[in-house]
Design a protein around this ligand. Sequence first.
Ligand SMILES: Cc1cc2nc3c(=O)[nH]c(=O)nc-3n(C[C@H](O)[C@H](O)[C@H](O)COP(=O)(O)OP(=O)(O)OC[C@H]3O[C@@H](n4cnc5c(N)ncnc54)[C@H](O)[C@@H]3O)c2cc1C
Length: 446
Amino acid sequence: MDCIVVGGGLAGLASAVWLTEAGHRVTILERRGSLGGRTISMPIAAVDDVPDNGQHVFASGYEDLMRYLESVGTRHYVEFPGHMSIRLPDGTSHRQAFGGLTGLRAAFGALPGVAGLDRARTMLAQGRLIRHVLRQPAWLDDVTADEWFRRIKMPQAARDALWDGIVIGLTGDKTEISSAKVPADLLVTGVRRALVHKRAISIGYPTVDLDTLFIDGAEKFFANNGVDVRHRAVVSTIDVADGAVTGVTLNDGEHIPADAVICAVPVWSVKGLLDQVPGHEAVYAAADQLTPVPIVSVNLYLDRDIGMADWGEILYGGEGVLEQVWDRQRMHGREPKDNYFYSTTVSASYELVGKTNDEIIDVQIAMLRRYFPGAADAQVIHGHVVRMPKSTFAQRPGTAGIRPDQRTAVRGFALAGDWTRTDWTTTMEGAAQSAARAVDVILSDR
Ligand SMILES: Cc1cc2nc3c(=O)[nH]c(=O)nc-3n(C[C@H](O)[C@H](O)[C@H](O)COP(=O)(O)OP(=O)(O)OC[C@H]3O[C@@H](n4cnc5c(N)ncnc54)[C@H](O)[C@@H]3O)c2cc1C
């Protein structure tokens, strides 16, 4: 078959690799000048370094993403150290091993900063939470995670220490925005994966920049297997005749014929592309409801070691958003030479994203000084702000079930992308799983 993949982010790359492995001829059409979509590196000449557009972390249940990395030969660049740390505003850092004794103690309410009666209240609230996750009451998608925590009487201290961070980490959004059903579903996915692998889910990270991890191996694979990659090719319609796909048309009017097409553009780019696809109204309605969530990342090259206790630390008790700090040189196994490189991530950064670069750097440095005594006199050698107003998408109450399936009403045409229906939310694994399912649709349509 002659196949077209629209979009060269992770969902498109994985689709192209797996269609090629299945023996088909593939063309990738990517609107930008390079591949990678939302997972890219951004070289900075001033410090001779290659930071990313934002730190990406992995969960050990990311099966399809790992399969993609196996296919492009870079699986060995992901490490799961088995721990991460949380830091409280008083500067104390607590190392969290995943599962094991720490998990057991947490189940009994023993969380940092949670004391006295709140421990018993936390244990009871967590019991109610687990019951809701397993039984999924009908109202779960009618309320925000914030309201859910109020209903199960989760003490504020436990929310500050763990649960708000979990919601923001899992959904990418604030507790007062995200539907309670999203974290509940993800907890089910996590437990399922943990049971299959007989291991608690843990968090890992790439030991190289994102281009080396996701793109370089893919480009070699494409060159070796005759995949045609066309940059700056902007698709304007998916073409359909008699219920089957016939190809795509670019914005300059060129029609490219194909036997099969996978459309792997982000949710905010899909409107207009599917006008000829029966049922596109529901997809466009979903696209209107899955609104973008900003992430602001700052790559900070400092003149000294701020004394991080771990490769990654989550800062609790911040400003209601999840703030994370990453020790990039440690993660990449490099000795600091001319500077100490820390990367910070502010998820759901609705307020921060509108500020100037200098203001953002000031806010982040002030935050490091608050949490890390070693940062008190640190000077910024170079600061690099990455503002991504469209990083992930929000799933507000009432949106359960609106994410479209990969299978469409058109023969030979499938949707992919982190926003299509998967076991995950807006993640790299969601993108990879959507690709696996889209490729299955195409292969089963033959
Ligand atoms: C800062 C940041 C941090 C993140 N952190 C994590 C994390 O820690 N863990 C995690 O799992 N996930 C994380 N994510 C989410 C993850 O990056 C995304 O969910 C995933 O990369 C989405 O991949 P995708 O292929 O679905 O979409 P995209 O990567 O957006 O790819 C879509 C591609 O389609 C192209 N395109 C659009 N329209 C057209 C058109 N008309 N014609 C041709 N091409 C088109 C675009 O240019 C783009 O290259 C993070 C995201 C960001 C931005």
